[in-house]
Design a protein around this ligand. Structure first.
Ligand code: ATP
Ligand code: MG
Length: 843
C-alpha cells in the first residue's frame, strides 16, 4: 500500500490517514483535495479493511462521481463487487426517497415511491397554474421570478407559512401564496422538484429514527467534495448521515464558492467545526495543476476580494507560458480566433500528447452560439455541456411525459403536456373544466378524468377522446406487469363504472382520506395554520380551497362535498379482486394484440416506448407532417428508445430510467473524451484542461450586469473567475470583444474590459495580436471605431501571429461545405444545435 501514500505530500497524507472522526480539508484550487478523497477511499478499503459499500462519497456532478469511482477502482487495482456509493446530493436523495419515502406516510397519506421529479419546465407550468388560480397577471409577476423566490426559500428551508410571515410587501405576500399553492399542487401530483429531493430526504431522516439509523449503520464513512457549495439542506443531510460517529471528511475551498444563489452558505464551513468539535483541520498549499504564471494571475484576481481568509499556493512548475490575451473587434471574430487557436493546438499537440484537451469557458450559455458556429466552420468536433440539452427537446419531453404518466398517473403536469399531443380532440375547454374540477375537489387531473368518465360529466365527444387517452395509459401500465396491474385495479374499475355505474373505493392514495381528519393536500410535517390574511382576493381563494383557519387541518379535500369513491369496504374488496382478474386478462389480450412479447412477461423499456410512440399516434403525426424538422424529431424519439435500450441493459426500471433523465443536469453531459469542451464557468468546477479559453471578459457580461451594484455578488463573480482561470494546466487565454451585440439592440455596442482583466498583472500577459495599435491598455476598444468593412478584419489586421488569414475571418469566402455535417446545404449555419446534440449522444 506504500505506493498509495507515496503519491501524496505530508498534508495530503494526513487527510488520508485521519480516518476516524471529522476532518475539514480547506485548500486552494488544484491542491489535490479531490485526490485526497479518492485516496482516502482506496486507503479505507485496502488498508483498513473497511467494507467498500459502507463508504459514501458525495460529489457535485454525476460525472465527477463516475470519474471518482473509476479512480478508486484504479487505485485499488481491481473492481470488487461491493462498491463505495459515490453520488451527487440529488442522486443520493432520490435513492433514499425511492426506497423509504413511504415511511413518512401517515394514514395512507403522503407521497409514494413512484413520485415524479419535476424539472424547471414542469415547475414553471405549476407556477403558471398557480398564478392563474390566484388571479395574478403573469406579466406583472413572471413565473420565473416566483420560482426563483420559491427555490430560494426552499434552499434556506423556509416554508410557505414562514415566508408569508416574513414577507414585507404585497409582492412577497403574493409569492407566499404562489409558493403555498405550488407546494400543494406538487403534493397532489405525487411530485417533487429538485429542491424538494433534499428537503424531503432531510425530513425523512429527521422524522424516522428507524430509517436514519439504518443509513447510519449502512454508511460508516462519509466524504464530501466541493463542500464550499453546500447549502442548508445539504448541510443538514450531511449531519444526519454522519450520525453520532462523525466519520466525516469534507473538502473545499472558500475561494471557489460560486453557488450562493442556490443557497450555498459559507456558514457551513464555519459551523462544521462547531458541530463537530473534534474536527481536524488540514490545509494544503501546493498546487499540482497549473504553471506558476497561471497560479499567480488567478491569485492576483481573487486577492481583490475582501470576504476571504486569504491563502497562498505555490507550484514547482515555474514560469510557463504567459497568459494570452486577445481583444477581438466583435463577438464573431472572438469566436473565430478561438477556433483558429484550437485548430493549431490540436494539430500540434496531437503529435505529442495522446489526448490533447481544451475548454472554452463562458459566463452565460448564450455566449456559446458564436463559438459553436466558429468551431463548425473549422470542422472541429466539440462537446457542448448544457445549452439546449437532448432531454429538453419538445418531442423528447413529450415522450418522457407519457412515460411519467405511465409511472404515476397523478402527475398532472405530464398529463397536461401530452393529453392532446398529438391532437386527439381533447380541447382547451375540456381541460379547463377538468382542471377546475380537480381544483375544487382536491383530486389530481387524472382522477378528475376518471370521475368525468364515470359520471359522464362532459360532452360525449370529449368523453370518448378522454377514454381513449386513458385506455392508452392503462394499456401501457398493463404492459409493465403485475406490479402495475395491481395499482391498476382501481383504475380499471373507473372504466367499468362508465358502463355499470359501479361504486367502489379506489385510488390507493386517496382511499382512506375521507374519514381521517388530516391534511391531505400537504405534506404531513407542514403545520397548516396558514392564515391567508384579510385581503378579499385571498379570502376567495381560501373559500375555494376550503381552508379552515380555525384549525391546523386542511380540509381542502372536502369529503362531504365530493366523494366519488365512497362505498363499503367489503364491496370494494370483492370488486377489486374481480377487477384484478379482469386486468390480468386485459394484460394478456393487449400484449397479444400488440405482439411485443410473450404473455405474462413485463414489457421492456424500449418495447414500452415503441408502444407509446405507435399507439399515441405521435410518430405517425410527425410522419404525416413530413418536414425535415419532423423527421429530425422522429430521430430524437428513436434516440430516446436507444437510451432506454442502454438503460434496460443496465438493468434499469422505468422509474430509474426517468430518474436518470431527470437528473442529467447540464454538467453531467461533460464527456472527458472530447477534445474540445464548451461550457459555462459554473459547470467547469473541479475539472482541469491543458488549454483553457475564458471568453467574453467584459463588464456587464463577466462580471455579470446583475452583480455590478452588489459587492457580494461581485465577489462571487470574482471567485467564478478564479475557478475559471485555475482550470488551466499549461495555457490560459483570455478574450474579449470590443463590440458586442446585446439583447434588444440592433447595433453591436462598445464594451468595457472586465475589471478582472485589469486585475491580472500586465507582466504576466502576452497580447496575442489583438487587431489594434493601442494595445497597452485593456480598454483600447474605447478608442476603436467599429467602422465599415468590419467583416474584413482579418485582411486588415496585418499582424504576424498567423491567426488572421482572410480565409478564416471573412465569412463570404467561406466554403459552406466546411460547416457541420448536417447542414451542408444551408447557406449559413443556423446553430450548432444538431451537431452539439450529436456529440452529446455520442454519435
Ligand atoms: P479543485 O479545487 O479545482 O477541485 P483539487 O484541489 O480538487 O482542485 P485535484 O483535482 O485533486 O485538486 O488535483 C489537481 C491535479 O493535481 C490533479 O491532476 C491531481 O492528479 C494532481 N495532484 C494532486 N496531488 C498530487 C500529488 N501529491 N502528486 C502529484 N500530482 C498531484
Ligand atoms: Mg476538486
Amino acid at each position: 500500500m506504500q505506493h498509495l501514500l507515496d503519491q501524496m505530500n505530508p498534508q495530503q497524507r494526513e487527510g488520508v490517514l485521519q480516518v476516524d472522526g471529522p476532518v475539514l480539508l480547506l485548500a486552494g484550487a488544484g491542491s489535490g483535495k479531490t485526490r485526497v478523497i479518492t485516496h482516502r477511499i482506496a486507503y479505507l478499503i485496502q488498508e483498513r479493511g473497511v467494507a467498500a459499500d459502507s463508504i459514501l462519497a458525495v460529489t457535485f456532478t454525476n460525472k465527477a462521481a463516475k470519474e471518482m469511482g473509476e479512480r478508486v477502482d484504479k487505485l485499488i487495482g481491481h473492481t470488487s463487487l461491493a462498491k463505495p456509493l459515490i453520488a451527487t446530493f440529488h442522486s443520493l436523495c432520490v435513492r433514499i426517497l425511492r426506497r423509504d419515502i413511504e415511511a413518512m406516510r401517515v394514514n395512507g397519506i403522503g407521497l409514494t415511491k413512484s413520485f415524479a421529479i419535476y424539472d424547471e419546465n414542469d415547475q414553471q407550468a405549476v407556477v403558471k397554474q398557480a398564478l392563474k388560480r390566484l388571479g395574478i397577471d403573469d406579466k406583472q409577476l413572471k413565473p420565473r421570478v416566483a420560482l426563483g423566490r420559491i427555490s430560494w426559500a426552499k434552499n434556506h428551508m423556509i416554508d410557505p407559512q414562514e415566508y408569508f410571515l416574513a414577507s414585507a410587501n404585497p409582492l412577497e405576500e403574493k409569492i407566499a401564496h404562489i409558493f403555498e399553492s405550488y407546494k400543494k399542487e406538487l403534493f397532489k401530483n405525487n411530485a417533487l422538484d429538485f429542491d424538494d429531493l433534499l428537503l424531503e430526504a432531510v425530513r425523512l431522516l429527521k422524522s424516522s429514527s428507524e430509517v436514519r439509523e439504518r443509513y447510519n449503520r449502512r454508511y460508516q464513512y462519509l466524504l464530501i467534495d466541493e463542500y464550499q457549495d453546500t447549502n442548508r439542506p445539504q448541510y443538514e443531510l450531511m449531519k444526519l448521515l454522519a450520525g453520532t460517529r462523525g466519520n466525516v471528511c469534507v473538502v473545499g475551498d472558500e475561494d471557489q464558492s460560486i453557488y450562493s444563489w442556490r443557497g450555498a452558505d459559507i456558514k457551513n464551513i464555519l459551523e462544521f467545526e462547531k458541530d463537530f468539535p473534534e474536527t481536524k483541520v488540514i490545509r494544503l498549499e501546493q498546487n499540482y495543476r497549473s504553471t506558476q504564471n497561471i497560479l499567480e494571475a488567478a491569485g492576483a484576481v481573487v486577492k481583490n476580494n475582501v470576504q476571504r481568509k486569504g491563502k497562498e499556493l505555490f507550484t514547482t512548475r515555474e514560469g510557463g507560458s504567459m497568459i494570452g490575451y486577445y481583444e477581438a473587434p466583435d463577438g464573431e471574430n472572438e469566436a473565430l480566433f478561438i477556433a483558429d487557436r484550437i485548430q493549431t493546438y490540436l494539430r500540434e499537440a496531437g503529435q505529442k500528447e495522446d489526448a490533447p484537451r481544451c475548454a472554452v469557458l463562458y459566463r452565460t450559455n448564450s455566449q456559446s452560439r458564436l463559438v459553436e458556429e466558429a468551431l463548425r466552420r473549422y470542422q472541429i468536433q466539440y462537446h457542448m455541456v448544457g445549452g439546449f440539452s437532448f432531454y429538453e427537446r419538445a418531442e423528447v419531453k413529450d415522450l418522457l411525459s407519457y412515460l411519467k404518466l405511465v409511472q404515476n398517473p397523478r402527475d398532472s403536469i405530464a398529463l397536461g403536456r401530452v393529453v392532446n399531443s398529438p391532437a386527439r380532440g381533447i380541447g382547451k375547454t375540456t381541460m379547463e373544466t377538468l382542471e377546475r374540477m380537480a381544483l375544487s375537489t382536491g383530486l389530481s387531473t387524472w382522477d378528475a378524468i376518471e370521475r368525468a368518465i364515470q359520471e359522464q360529466l362532459l360532452p360525449a365527444r370529449a368523453l370518448t377522446a378522454l377514454a381513449g387517452f386513458r385506455r392508452l395509459i392503462l394499456d401501457a401500465r398493463a404492459m409493465l406487469g403485475s406490479e402495475f396491474a395491481e395499482t391498476l385495479a382501481a383504475d380499471a374499475a373507473g372504466e367499468e363504472a362508465v358502463d355499470e355505474s359501479v361504486e367502489f373505493v379506489g385510488q390507493e392514495e386517496n382511499a382512506s382520506t375521507e374519514d381521517e381528519n388530516v391534511d391531505t393536500s400537504f405534506d404531513t410535517s407542514f403545520n397548516f395554520g396558514f392564515d391567508f390574511g384579510p385581503s378579499e382576493e385571498i379570502s376567495t381563494i381560501a373559500a375555494e380551497n376550503s381552508v379552515g383557519s380555525d384549525s391546523d387541518v386542511d380540509t381542502s379535500f372536502d369529503a362531504a362535498a365530493f366523494n366519488p369513491f365512497a362505498a363499503s369496504t367489503q364491496k370494494h374488496e370483492t370488486r377489486v379482486s374481480e377487477i384484478k382478474a379482469d386486468v390480468v386478462a386485459k394484460v394478456e389480450t393487449s400484449t397479444r394484440v400488440d405482439g411485443f412479447r410473450a404473455p405474462g412477461d413485463p414489457a421492456t423499456l424500449p418495447e414500452l416506448i415503441k408502444f407509446l410512440n405507435d399507439r399515441s399516434g405521435y410518430i405517425k403525426t410527425l410522419e404525416t407532417e413530413g418536414t425535415p424538422e419532423a423527421f429530425s424529431r422522429i430521430e430524437n424519439l428513436k434516440e430516446l428508445a436507444n437510451a432506454a435500450q442502454d438503460a434496460q441493459e443496465r438493468g434499469e426500471t422505468l422509474a430509474t430510467f426517468l430518474d436518470h433523465a431527470a437528473l442529467v443536469s447540464d454538467v453531467d453531459q461533460y464527456n472527458a473524451d472530447a477534445r474540445v469542451t464548451m461550457m459555462t464557468l459554473h459547470a467547469a468546477k473541479g475539472l482541469e484542461f491543458p488549454l483553457v479559453f475564458l471568453c467574453g471578459m467584459e463588464e456587464g457580461l463577466f462580471p455579470h450586469s446583475r452583480t455590478l451594484q452588489d459587492p457580494s455578488g461581485l465577489e462571487e463573480e470574482r471567485r467564478l473567475c478564479y475557478v475559471g482561470m485555475t482550470r488551466a494546466m499549461d495555457t490560459l487565454i483570455l478574450t474579449r470583444a470590443r463590440y458586442r451585440r446585446r439583447y434588444g439592440s440592433d447595433m453591436p455596442e462598445a464594451s468595457i474590459a472586465s475589471r478582472f482583466l485589469e486585475e491580472v498583472p500586465s507582466r504576466l500577459v502576452e497580447d496575442l495580436g489583438s487587431p489594434s495599435d493601442t494595445r497597452s491598455a485593456w480598454n483600447s476598444g474605447r478608442e476603436y471605431g467599429y467602422g465599415g468593412g468590419n467583416k474584413k478584419w482579418g485582411s486588415r489586421r496585418g499582424n504576424d501571429d498567423g491567426y488572421g488569414s482572410e480565409k478564416h475571418y471573412n465569412y463570404e469566402d467561406e466554403d459552406q461545405s466546411a460547416i457541420g455535417p448536417s447542414s451542408s446545404s444551408a447557406a449559413k449555419p443556423k446553430s450548432g444545435l444538431q451537431f452539439g446534440i450529436k456529440a452529446n449522444t455520442g454519435a
